[in-house]
Each structure stands twice: as structure tokens, then as C-alpha cells.
Write a protein that binds this ligand. Sequence first.
Ligand SMILES: [Zn+2]
Length: 289
Amino acid sequence: MPRPQSMRWYERGADAVARVRPDLPRCYICPTGEGSFPPEHAGKLSREHVPPQGLGLASRPLVLICGGCNSRFGSGPDVQMLRVQTLVRFPRGAMQRPERVRMVTGGLTVRTDLSTRDGTYEIVVLPRENDPAIQSRFETEVPELLAEGREFHIQIPGCSEVETTAGWLRVGYLVAFATFGYRYALSDELAPVRAHITDPSGSPLPTYYNAVPEAAESDRWVAAVVDPPDMRSIVVNVAHHRVFLPVPDDAEFYDRRASERQRLGRAARRLRAKAFHWPREPMHLLDFS
Ligand SMILES: [Zn+2]
């Protein structure tokens, strides 16, 4: 038996579909998969946590999506987002669990477990997974390099940057859906966003994501950029992840942003934006207006 909250969200979503798509029989449309669910199939929908649970970021159920989307995201992108989010906390000495990675520095690559405890770092080189000669060079040379402040890079085997950032695009898209509803989320301008969320490597989409290392983990906001005109967009920020979504009637947004980035680099621009309340449940602001 679906929870009362799910049923309320179902009815509000179905009321919204009736406004936006009066040609359809009564149904709820999964915002990520676009499948439609008549009342007798409402039980196939489940409450999706946004952002995904387990990242150590405040997470709560926000929208209904279908079981197919739920298990597809949970088995792939969510796992990668979790591993990256764990490692993001390494420099601050605040990892919740060890993470197995390839560490690259001083021309050496070794497999290590990284962890932190009470603000100190632990780098454990795994004897069975490394060439002994490289391991012994790493153990003698690298502590000196790190003491000098030399950079190192971390590769996360099995993790793809495009899938991880697409996971954050989904977070931004679901927050925008919860705020504005179907009229926005199912618009033609959002079709490339929906395609990229469903198939990140098959439908590439550039320039929608900014990492914001200086943001706080508690930062949450959704806003519409109104100025400058060429930057008009919906921006969703969760912790140090920022996602840009096009506004209706602007199919050129990402192309424009890509060419501008080529021209100006990543220089910060002053933006003027209108803030919206962070949604706690599906609001469908545009569907009922
Ligand atoms: Zn779905």
C-alpha cells in the first residue's frame, strides 16, 4: 500500500499532467523516464531522495519516479557519486570511509587505500596490487614529494566523470521539476537534459556543471538568472555542485555557454538572479499558474 505522502504527490502530479497534457487519460508521468502511470499503477512509483542518500549531504524524498529509473540510477551513477563525494572530503580530513584509488604523483602510479581519521591522512599502499619495485620507490620518494607540497592526482577505477556529473545534473533537474513542474521539465528545451541523464555517454551535453569548492556542504539554492541576458538559466546548487539548466524558449543555452567558455575561459561573471524557495515536495509552480 503506497504511503499517504506518495499518494498525495501522485494526485498532485496527475492534476498537473491534466493541466499540461489534457489529451492524456489521467496519469502521472515519471520525470526522468517519461513513462506514464495511470492510477492503478501508482504503486510502481517511489519517492526519490534528492540528493541521493549516503553522500553525507542532507537528503530527503522530493519527487516520485518510476521503479525502473530508481534502480538504474541506484546501481550506477549513485555509487559513483558516493565514491567521488567521499574523496572530496579527503583534503579536509573528513572521509567517512576508506576509498580504493590509483594515486599518481612524481611519475609513479600505485593502488592505495585513502582514508582520514580525526583530521589526519592515511595512505596505505596495497602490497598485492602493486609492482614491488614501484611500491618501494613510492614509499621512499613520495613522502618527500608530499612534504614539499607536490600535487598528486587520484584516479577512481570504475568511475567516469561524465556519469558522475550527469548524476548531479539529475539532482538539479529533479529540484527544478519539484519547483516548476511538468510545464518546465518536459519542455522541448529540456529534451537534451533528459537524454543526457538517461544516457550520459550516448548523449553528450557540455557546460552544464560547475564544481564550487569554496561552497559549504549545507549550501542549497535554486534560482533563475535574469541578467546578463545571455546567461538566463535555472541554477541549482547543492553543496559544491552547481548545475545550469536552460529556460524555456532558449534551445541555444549550452552551445552559447560552450563558445563563451572558449572565448573567456572560466572567469567568474557577475550574475543577477531571482531566488526560489528550496522545494520540500513537488510544488508544480508553473503547472497550475
Ligand atoms: Zn522513470
